[in-house]
Design a protein around this ligand. Structure first.
Ligand code: SF4
Length: 70
């Protein structure tokens, strides 16, 4: 796993489909309006390999996973 993973959710793009929260429930959740948000302390994904799956599963590509290896 890379040292530093950073997850961003573009809530302007998110349509609240909930796929991310279904795919990686340890990292993503949905806010009161149904939009995707990260669980507290999981901004770096917590090393969960499902993060990449969740990014792929998002139908509108609202999730960006960036990694810094170093
Ligand atoms: S899968 Fe994509 S569109 Fe659906 S809630 Fe997650 S970020 Fe939003």
């Amino acid at each position: 796993m890379p040292d530093d993973t950073h997850i961003e959710i573009d809530q302007d793009v998110c349509i609240g489909a909930g796929q991310c929260a279904l795919t990686a429930p340890g990292v993503f959740t949905q806010d009161d309006d149904g939009f995707s948000t990260l669980l507290p302390g999981r901004e770096d994904g917590g090393g969960d390999p499902l993060v990449r799956e969740a990014a792929r599963a998002c139908p509108v590509a609202a999730i960006t996973v960036s990694e810094t290896v170093g």
